[in-house]
Ligand binder design. Structure first.
Ligand SMILES: Cc1cc2nc3c(=O)[nH]c(=O)nc-3n(C[C@H](O)[C@H](O)[C@H](O)COP(=O)(O)O)c2cc1C
Length: 505
């Protein structure tokens, strides 16, 4: 079933029993965040929450409900993208990438439907008044203080839009970008845009500002779940996120012209905030903000958005998320990206068998990579490739292990890697761009990185000692114990692992 709106998605979450409706009045200042945090920290990510009666900072009841943690479990993330398993999407991408040109004209023609799949669902522009413009605030009617934006942590600089789709246009190439960048609410009609310097929206802004041109921005909140997710996906700047969302949904995203800016927005968005950035205006202080590192990110200068219109459905739901000490909802969004992008990573580094960014590593701090090592020094080749690839270039610590290691299990990955390294020999440092949120780097966004070669060492890599065997029980004994087991009266917790593990490194 294709989910075309956020409210359809919320209904679907309800049907699978993962939604809790909260009728109790709860404050948008800190209280919703504290409730959501307790849920997100529970095993599996906790339920999605719909606060039916949020209380605004000034004590008024909000006209709009707040939904949070909508993507915060494996099951909901799969539901959002219409799959049973997130690897299924990677599978679809692999099929496209592994196309072997068949012989003969008929064979070649049979490829066309597959090739067409990528471009089959481009966004469609709807005519007439779209749902997201049933209500339009312009001029003196614009009042962001009526919307239940959350203050999430005590030392935050203010209220934030935390789950937006920030829509901008590349001034040179005319290609749209959609990015999930938090936005601070500065007043009734004023915002601060926190796109970090490595991100595509920031690139568009720099390009326009250099030419002294005003930049138009549309911030959509709540749409079909594939579009919301796509804003967080690190797609190359040449790919329009709404085309990617169409590929994920297997149906086009419907767009509509915005009211006051020359941009298109999801016709089914719950709310859209339109505005512009004036390059002659000074930057404004944004932050501090309790961030997904688990620390406050420091206040810094970012561009101000002057709001020109707020449009919405008659009965919109305001969608938010909460970031903070992991695990949080964004782990599941990032995990979807990890799975979906595996085939694309393999395109340039075919020896990569699997990779994983564990929750504690908040994506850029720690990446485990399993490789099919075929020649000496290959772990270093993979490190260098990854440090040169898109946002993966921001990765702080890369741990490379052999293909048998289950990198999706951080305990197993560390166990093998730590056994396999001689630190002085197998750890390398390099320099490069680091994430804006890294508070430890020597300079802002520039620092060092560490690559750990946790693969088995070869003779031609200079290792002359004998490499030991991994301990595993023999099959005959295991079989005999399997037969005995029911008679032993031993009850183990589900998931308990037999000594020896499953790695064969
Ligand atoms: C919940 C959440 C909040 C995020 N906040 C920001 C942010 O404030 N600024 C930013 O630059 N990236 C933020 N990101 C990461 C970007 O969404 C991500 O890097 C995305 O690929 C950016 O899109 P782009 O590649 O089109 O620039 C956030 C991601 C998530 C899941």
């Amino acid at each position: 079933m294709t989910l075309d709106t956020l409210q359809e998605y919320i209904a679907a979450i309800d049907r699978i029993g993962e939604l809790v409706r909260i009728s109790e009045p709860v404050r948008t200042r800190l209280e919703i965040a504290e409730i959501a945090d307790r849920c997100m920290k529970s095993p599996g990510g906790g339920p999605a929450l719909l606060f039916e009666h949020p209380v605004l900072e000034d004590g008024r009841r909000s006209e709009f409900p707040v939904a949070i943690n909508l993507f915060g479990s494996m099951r909901r993330m799969c539901l959002a993208l219409g799959v049973d398993n997130l690897d299924d999407i990677g599978g679809r991408i692999s099929e496209l990438l592994n196309l072997k040109v068949p012989d003969g004209l008929l064979g070649k023609l049979s490829m066309l439907p597959k090739l067409a799949e990528v471009a089959k669902f481009p966004p469609r522009t709807r005519s007439g008044r779209p749902a997201c413009q049933e209500v339009v605030w312009q001029g003196g009617d614009i009042d962001l203080d009526r919307i239940p934006f959350l203050t999430t942590w005590p030392q935050d600089g203010g209220r934030y839009i935390t789950l937006p789709m920030v829509i901008t246009m590349d001034p040179e190439r005319g290609i749209r970008n959609v990015g999930m960048y938090r936005v601070q609410v500065l007043g009734r009609d004023s915002l601060a845009m926190h796109w970090q310097r490595h991100k595509v929206g920031a690139h568009h802004w720099r390009a326009l500002a250099e030419q002294g041109r005003k930049m138009e921005v549309a911030i959509a909140i709540g749409a079909d779940p594939a579009s919301v997710y796509s804003g967080s996906a690190p797609l190359p700047p040449t790919i329009d996120e709404f085309i990617f969302a169409g590929f994920l949904r297997k149906a086009p995203v419907e767009l509509a012209r915005a009211v006051t800016v020359d941009l298109e927005v999801p016709a089914e968005a719950e709310m859209v905030i339109e505005g512009f950035i004036d390059p002659t205006e000074p930057l404004v202080m944004e932050g501090p903000f309790g961030d997904h590192t688990g620390f406050y990110s420091l206040a810094d200068l970012y561009p101000r958005v002057q709001v020109t219109a707020v449009t919405m459905k008659k009965k919109p739901v305001y969608a938010a998320t909460l970031v903070g000490r992991p695990p949080m909802e964004d782990y599941y969004l990032g995990h979807a990206t990890e799975r979906i992008f595996l085939p694309l990573l393999k395109l340039t580094t075919p020896e990569v068998v699997d990779y994983h960014m564990p929750a504690c590593g908040i994506f850029h701090n720690l990446v485990f990579v399993a490789i099919d090592k075929q020649y000496p020094g290959q772990a270093y080749k993979v490190m260098n490739a990854l440090w040169g690839a898109g946002l993966m270039s921001l990765a702080k610590v890369l741990v490379i292990v052999d293909k048998e290691v289950n990198v999706r299990d951080p305990d197993e990955a560390w166990w093998i890697a730590l056994n396999n390294i001689d630190p002085e020999r197998d750890v390398r440092f390099t320099k490069g761009p680091v994430d804006v949120l890294d508070h430890s780097s020597q300079f802002f966004t520039f620092g060092s990185k560490m690559g750990i070669d946790g693969t088995r060492k070869w003779k031609d890599e200079g290792f002359t000692r004998e490499w030991p065997e991994l301990i595993t029980m023999d099959d005959a004994t295991r079989q005999r114990v399997d037969e005995l087991w029911p008679r032993l009266g031993i009850r183990l917790e589900p998931g308990a692992r037999a000594a020896g593990g499953r790695a064969k490194a």
